[in-house]
Design a protein around this ligand. Structure first.
Ligand code: ADP
Ligand code: MG
Length: 337
């Protein structure tokens, strides 16, 4: 978490804070993430109601769209586990439909129906791996043969049902995208035109930061610094999925929180994937899917997902990117003072 905060501070340096310091800034913690809301320009004299509205909405999303909280998704999972169908809210039904679609497009690499695996590995806990040991091959195989995967749920208007008991739905790979999109809509509805929402390094820009574009640094997942910086267009989202923020180490092997639904094991070939996109939801799902895709598949999967700006860092720290991302990535200027 601390490391990700550095990105914003560095981004601030890159954006030349002296000239274009955002007019207002507010930070709070939600969904296990430090969220920062920045409002630039002089469009409001009193940012407090805007900040309060965003914080309240994101707290609600954390409750209702996190499987291990006590909101709607927990209720939905309980119903499915007991073999009942569930009448979802319009927001939940909409997000599940998008999740199903993104899962299909990714060939199952992104699959929010693998909550049981996330739980088995302990990644649902605030500190993953407190138990310290990975599950056994037998435990994983048993889950893979059971009721798992978003394909096992059906969605008819807002009625959610499953042909088996389960599966456990975990929207953790997409909830931050949803949250960032919702925050942007709230600000826009409140008359704010220039803002940035940063949910622990997953972010979306609206308008500009003073005279310049909003600019963010891309963190090096294997080092302290940044790989470069990107100037975001208005409305553009930058989402990163990585193995460096939530993981545990057992007998010198790093087990990070993105799981390959095909094997039931955490991804080990990829350190991070950063995706630029027009919407938080799609960029969030794509960054998770492309973590899973691996060295041979990530480019073709990115195309299938309609994601053209992608940067991938493999487990050894080698950096690769699409031509479009390369065209956007700027070197980090040396800060001398
Ligand atoms: P972050 O939350 O750090 O931005 P991601 O967006 O990649 O990272 O989300 C990772 C979370 O998504 C995990 O903590 C887990 O809850 C869930 N998850 C893990 N593997 C998958 C997967 N293959 N498909 C969908 N969700 C996943
Ligand atoms: Mg994601």
């Amino acid at each position: 978490m601390m490391a990700r905060w550095t990105v914003l501070l560095v981004a601030c340096v890159l954006a030349s804070c002296e000239a274009d310091r955002p007019a207002w800034q507010y930070g709070f913690s939600v969904m296990g993430t430090e969220v920062s809301v920045l409002i630039a320009g002089a469009e409001t004299r009193d940012p407090a109601p805007h900040f309060a509205a965003v914080e309240a909405r994101l707290e609600q999303i954390g409750r209702d769209f996190y499987a291990w909280a006590d909101g709607e998704l927990a209720d939905l999972n309980r119903a499915l586990a007991e073999g009942r169908s569930f009448q979802a809210s319009a927001d939940m039904a909409g997000l599940l439909a998008q999740a199903q679609n993104l899962s299909r497009l990714s060939g199952g690499a992104f699959d929010p129906g693998i909550g049981a695996l996330v739980e088995l590995w302990g990644f649902h806990q605030p500190r993953p791996g407190v138990a310290g040991t990975p599950p056994t091959d037998e435990q994983i195989a048993a889950l893979l043969e059971g009721c798992i995967g978003i394909v096992r749920i059906s969605l008819r208007s807002r009625q959610v049902a499953s042909d088996c008991r389960g599966p456990l739905i975990d929207l953790g790979g997409i909830a931050k995208g949803f949250a960032v999109d919702e925050a942007m809509s709230l600000l826009r509805a409140g008359g704010i035109a220039n803002a940035m929402i940063d949910a622990g390094g997953d972010l979306r820009a609206m308008g500009r930061n003073g005279r310049r574009a909003w600019r963010v640094g891309i963190q090096d997942p294997r080092g302290e610094g940044v790989l470069g910086s990107i100037a975001l267009a208005s409305g553009e989202a930058a989402f990163t999925s990585g193995d460096y923020a939530r993981y545990f180490t057992h007998e010198e092997v790093r087990y990070a929180h993105v799981i390959d639904p095909a094997t039931g094991y955490p991804v080990t070939h990829t350190a991070s994937v950063t995706v630029l996109g027009g919407r938080g939801i799609a960029a969030d799902a794509a960054s998770t899917a492309l973590m899973v895709a691996g060295p041979e598949q990530w480019r073709s999967m990115a195309e299938r997902l309609g994601t053209r700006a992608v940067l991938r860092v493999d487990a050894e720290g080698s950096v690769d990117m699409t031509r479009i991302f390369g065209g956007r990535l700027e070197a980090v200027p040396v800060v001398t003072d």
